[in-house]
Write a protein that binds this ligand. Structure first.
Ligand SMILES: [Zn+2]
Ligand SMILES: [Zn+2]
Length: 764
């Protein structure tokens, strides 16, 4: 049987009336379906909807029908079959061995693709070009084959017998889309299966361990304690740093300064000894300093700073976090929007080397025509454009680059700043290094030596366009060797102490996850968000809650496998082997189930001890912060420590509220501060003193449904007033919309129309 022949037995299922062949293109999101229809249909595509899902159709120059339809990412996911939902009655060993099923996560989209697939003669999978996209494409494909057996069977497809096409593109631009559809490829099953293995394993580990820990600690229903294969070791990174901070013992040291007079104005100099660890030595150095000082040496050195490397996902989120103060999760959301708009290339990439095929000269020429980026115009005058290279080179996607020159003013808020960052970084990678000159002068005063250091930018190089990296000038007066300088006043000592290691920023955390093979470029930001949503961390940079610390502590003691990155890194390696065809999904998931049986047995054996550790942490999290009323009244606990506001559950009603530890039933003078709390959902400490009003603790409320919100206990706080205003506005808008949509009865025009009619008559 040759390619193109109909397999026997299926001919009858084809429609028997003559019609034009239809090619169905399936994308990952509606935006990309629309964009591809715009590009391939040359603006002539028509939009329609089925089961509320938009699709786009046009007739190509050969008279064939074309259609694009967008998914909503994964529209199916692995799930446990019926019979495993009762937490108390299900044996976890059975749960681990359960045969997983695929369940639609968006029923309308599944119905829609099945319906349009019935009309299709040819399929093109045009989901995002990565492991996840391959899997999303495969999930959709299997549903479509079920709906239209004329296209083939799942088995034939999995053996590569069906010529299901795959469009792989890295940017939603005309050139890139046309190229991808000229060079259609085939779906990669190993790649999709690697993604599927991860999904199955995450579900099995997540469900089993979450149940195991929640059962051990007797936290049921919505109060469950979430545990995850990647989530728990990530929490470990944050907690480890916090424990280092707590273990830190501050060590005192002294620094010595002197001020010298100079015709250009007095300046400060630092003693040549960086830190004095003994007070006596510092005092001796201070006593040994006398006026005037003499400049002993002046040395100048040129420093060269290399331009940055091309952006991959990790570098991008780090940059967005450190340069723009945008969290990794938001930065990725914004980057995806910009990608969907066709302004930047695909933002999920590990690559840090531009492919040779990238038309860099044209791109730079169009970018520097935009006013904001004209500082890089000089690049075009140099003969060869030579970009920097990072360490990682992959062939799937290019590094993140701007695909289109647009005026940043056309964008708004953070979107504008992120686009600018991508453009500036791109231009910087072709730019010369930044040259600075630093000068150091040593001044002898009595028996002691002081120094002063300055630095000026001689040539900004790449920093002229990548302005975030430009170092500020620190100028010092012109000094000559042998010059005599009078002291300006007495020298002075500063007492300082060593600081604990700083907390890990979200950007840095993503970098650390990457180094340890925790998560993927597609999931890292979401995993950090989950730690916030479950109350294991709060604030920014993330600080672990006591529950978070306790969870990690319990794992380290009783299930060390869950506390470290090792297991997960090994899984990542196996995933690569599935993608490379060296292992099957069945083998990898099977091995993982074995390990999970062992892990559950370990937890089960130590459940009492584990629970005690976790309970203690949760108990401490009920303490929200010192009571300001007591503080101002000078009331403390007997040991002098402050009275604390904490979450209390009323014995009779079971309702929770916030009360002060300074309250005692038989003392009418004691603190009777109380604050109501929402009774549903989880509450976590956000700040022990609200950063807006500085009066009371501030909490995060995570409702069962809907988005988490911040609650300041102080009702008069500006943040709460603001929230109430916004809520009222939303409700007013909703009411107005409802009124608009209310249809008038068929024979009687609505008041609004009647009024309009009357108005018209009056004008006449
Ligand atoms: Zn109080
Ligand atoms: Zn407040």
């Amino acid at each position: 049987m040759g390619i193109g022949d109909d397999p026997p037995g299926r001919v009858a299922e084809r429609p028997c009336y003559p019609r034009r062949p239809m090619r169905l293109i399936v994308t990952e999101k509606n935006n990309s379906a629309k964009k591809i229809a715009d590009i391939l249909g040359r603006g002539g595509a028509k939009a329609d909807k089925t089961f509320k899902v938009p699709f786009y159709t046009w007739t190509d120059e050969n008279g064939a029908e074309q259609m694009t339809i967008g998914l909503k990412g994964h529209v199916l996911g692995p799930a446990f079959p019926e019979g495993y939902s009762n937490w108390q009655k299900t044996d976890l060993h059975d749960l681990i061995d359960a045969e997983l099923i695929k369940e639609p996560t968006d029923k309308n989209v599944v119905k829609a693709i099945k319906k349009v697939a019935k009309e299709a003669d040819e399929l093109v999978i045009a989901t995002d070009f990565d492991r996840e996209g391959e899997l999303i494409g495969l999930e959709a494909l299997e549903e479509m084959l079920d709906a239209n057996p004329g296209l083939g069977t799942r088995e034939e497809a999995s053996q590569g017998a069906l010529r299901i096409k795959r469009a792989r593109y890295s940017a939603l631009t005309k050139e890139e889309i046309e190229r991808a559809f000229d060079q259609l490829d085939e779906l990669s099953y190993p790649l999709a299966n690697a993604g599927a293995a991860r999904q199955d394993i995450d579900l099995l580990w997540g469900a089993t361990l979450t149940r195991a820990v929640s059962l051990a600690t007797r936290r049921f229903g919505s109060n469950f304690l979430s545990v995850g294969r990647v989530q728990s070791p990530t929490l470990g990174l944050v907690v480890e740093r916090e424990l280092e901070r707590r273990a830190h013992v501050a060590k005192p040291f002294w620094e010595l300064f002197a001020k010298f007079q100079h015709p250009d104005g007095s300046f400060e100099a630092h003693h040549a000894t960086d830190k004095f660890w003994e007070k006596a030595e510092a005092d001796a150095a201070l006593a040994g300093t006398s006026s005037p000082g003499t400049v002993k040496s002046v040395t100048a050195r040129k420093n060269t700073r290399k331009p940055p490397t091309p952006l991959n996902t990790t570098a991008f989120t780090t940059d967005a976090s450190s340069r723009l103060g945008i969290t990794p999760a938001s930065a990725m959301r914004i980057a995806e929007d910009l990608y969907m708009d066709g302004f930047i290339s695909y933002p999920r990439t590990d690559n840090t080397v531009y492919p040779v095929s990238l038309p860099v000269r044209e791109l730079i020429a169009s970018l520097v025509r935009v006013n904001e980026f004209s500082a890089a115009a000089g690049l075009l005058e140099s003969g060869e454009l030579k970009p920097t290279r990072g360490k990682k080179e992959t062939t799937d996607h290019p590094p993140i680059y701007p695909t289109q020159a647009i005026h940043p003013g056309a964008l708004e808020g953070p979107k504008k700043r992120v686009y600018e960052l991508v453009v500036r970084r791109f231009l910087a990678t072709f730019s010369p290094p930044m040259i600075t000159e630093s000068t150091r002068a040593d001044i002898e005063a009595g028996s002691e030596t002081y120094f002063v250091r300055g630095s000026v930018v001689v040539d900004p190089g790449f920093a002229a366009i990548y302005t975030y990296a430009r170092s500020s000038d620190e100028e010092i007066p012109a000094l000559k060797e042998g010059q005599s300088l009078e002291l300006d006043g007495e020298p002075w000592l500063l007492d300082k102490e060593t600081q604990p290691p700083s907390r890990i920023s979200q950007g840095k955390l993503i970098e650390m996850m990457e180094e340890r093979g925790l998560g993927t470029k597609a999931t890292r930001a979401d995993i950090i968000q989950k730690l916030y949503d479950r109350g294991y961390v709060y604030s920014n940079p993330p600080i672990p809650s006591e529950t978070g610390v306790a969870m990690y502590d319990a794992f380290r003691k009783y299930v060390p496998r869950m506390a470290t990155a090792e297991m997960t890194a090994q899984l990542e390696a196996e995933m690569d082997r599935i993608a490379g065809g060296e292992m099957t999904k069945g083998q990898v998931v099977g091995d993982s189930r074995d390990l999970l049986h062992k892990t559950w047995t370990e937890i089960d054996g130590s459940r009492e001890d584990l629970a005690k550790v976790v309970w203690k942490g949760m108990d401490e999290d009920r303490i929200l912060g010192p009571c300001k009323v007591c503080e101002e009244a000078g009331r403390t606990k007997e040991d002098g420590s402050p009275n604390m506001l904490r979450i209390i559950r009323a014995k009779k009603s079971g309702k929770r509220f916030v009360g002060c530890s300074g309250w005692t039933a038989d003392d009418p003078e004691s603190c009777d501060q109380t604050f109501p709390l929402p009774q549903r959902g989880d509450v976590f400490r956000l700040e022990d003193r609200c950063s807006v009003c500085d009066q009371t603790p501030r909490l995060k409320v995570v409702p069962f449904r809907g988005r988490p919100w911040n609650l300041c206990l102080n009702d008069d706080c500006e943040s709460m007033q603001e929230m109430k205003r916004r809520r009222a506005e939303r409700e007013a808008a909703k009411a107005a919309k409802a009124a608009m949509e209310e249809k008038p009865p068929p024979d009687k025009p609505s008041t609004a129309t009647r009024k309009r009619k009357r108005a018209k008559t009056t004008v006449k």
